[in-house]
Write a protein that binds this ligand. Sequence first.
Ligand code: WTA
Length: 648
Amino acid sequence: MEQHVYPPAAQARIQGMEAYQALCAEAEADHASYWARLAREFLSWQTPFTKSLNDSEAPFFKWFEDGKLNASYNCLDRHVQAGKGERTAIIFETDGGESRKVSYAELLALVCQMANGLKSRGIKKGDRVVIYMPMSVEGVAAMQACARIGATHSVVFGGFSAQSLRDRINDAGAVALITADEQMRGGKALALKGIVDEALDGGVCPTLKDVIVYRRTGGAVGWVEGRDLWLHELLQGASSICEPEWVEAEHPLFLLYTSGSTGKPKGVQHSTGGYLLHAALTTSWTFDLQDSDIFWCTADIGWVTGHSYITYGPLALGGTEIVFEGVPTYPDAARFWQMIAKHKVTIFYTAPTAIRSLIKAAETNDAVHPKHHDLSSLRLLGSVGEPINPAAWEWYFQNVGGGRCPIVDTFWQTETGGHMITPLPGVTPMVPGSCTLPFPGITAAIVDEMGNDVPNGTGGILVVKKPWPAMIRTIWGDPERFKKSYYPEELKGYYLAGDGAIRSADRGYFTITGRIDDVLNVSGHRMGTMEIESALVAHTELVAEAAVVGRPDDLTGEAICAFVVLKRARPTGEEAKAIAKELRDWVAKEIGPIAKPKEIRFGDNLPKTRSGKIMRRLLRSLAKNEPVTQDISTLENPAILEQLAQAN
Ligand code: WTA
């Protein structure tokens, strides 16, 4: 098929392919000095660093280690000191459609008050604080307040269940939790505090002392005296001046739990200096953020995208951004378009899943089509979280971008801290479906299983050859798992991303072909198959055995399909439907609604080899309703395939 190539923007911060190549050459010539130059240019250091990269304990790399800085100082104080205090930092829009503006000076004051409030509770540098909050100015400020006092935050997405929240609090050993009474989404109030109470019920989180509650709706909440306190009471009388805690560049800014190949989510640990550098740098080069822009990243602060492109990157550059509480489909599926027009958004960053669902909505109901809204303020679009299919790319380009806005298809991960492979708006001709070329200084490559480069046009394993400042430092509490997951011995010391990829023969452009491990990407959310299997078998009354696979889905990218063997006879008909529903609800309770299997099929058994290994590749074919063409000579119980091929 002939590929359409779209030209880059006429003007952007990094201008032209030569400028891009010059940056790549600079990094190639002296990797450590290149990053050191940028770290001096983009960040304000209280104690300048003298060392750039320390690789003496590889793969535990250190960057700028003798320098000291503070992330919240870089995101707030320095702009206020430069006379930009009146500039709008955040335009907050509620679920119901009210909006308000918060200036840099106001945000700084709020962050300082919160920081002082946390300090008054004895929370200090190195402590972990879990944040379980709705999208709000207070949520962003809570993260910044932790950064200000050197406490390490760990944000848990508001859609995770009590059980998931409890596991994360305990794994992090958190001393405090910041939450809200309720969260508003799509016109409905969800009881966040209620989930917190359930998570903490029975004293199961021994390290946790304080639960600080932001009053969002004023809805009724349960209250535990001595443990719970209102945020507004904590802020009362708290000074709006708080000297930042200057931390070493390597000091952990945050932990963020994400799914891997095993049952237990891992706490990805990020640094302060290296991480903040990449968040700021990519916001500048990939998004070309200027003072005149209104930037909108639609992610939730519970995901890494919200960390890098809401809480840290845009604020580090002194930009103006939207923080949106609600959902794209409320009051109707034109909400994004209506908000772009209302706030004159210039840069818009969202996920392919959202785009695909809005395409579907617009195609079934013309009233919510973007053409009814004035989107002429837009100049740049972005995509993140999963591969964007060329058809969705084209629709986004034409119908949202009016055929004039470049799309940056940004490939990256929780572990990478910021963009790794992406077009730059003034540089890269775009091919729909391809994330194009590495960010300057990122040594992305495609190799075979022994770490040898493969030629363009041949698929392989995506790696990053050299360390980079924003990379994951370790898995919290499990350095061995960090080494095993990301630096397997056979890969020559390269970082293993966990994705397959291929470079085009003509341009050397990267296309991500999907995960090569047991991680699924459902609506841009990362889910481990083992995690869902563990949740299913935790229903000990019903479930004997479970295997989970992904299958392609037009809307959500991938969908979760579970094969379950019950402790009772295989159900059919209405009984099967009822049990499937019970198990789906169970998974929602164990992990969160995002982990609910789309389909559950019941069998007397699962396809296994004679040595007892579940043959997942067969299950993948069955889930897709494809005939099994694989070799089944090692399969012990071939008859089971026919049974599992049928939906309930
Ligand atoms: C996938 C989200 C294709 C990929 C920032 C990766 C993508 C995982 C893209 C990380 C993209 C992310 N094109 N695939 N532009 N962006 N992915 O940790 O499989 O939630 O490994 O970070 O999402 O998901 P995570």
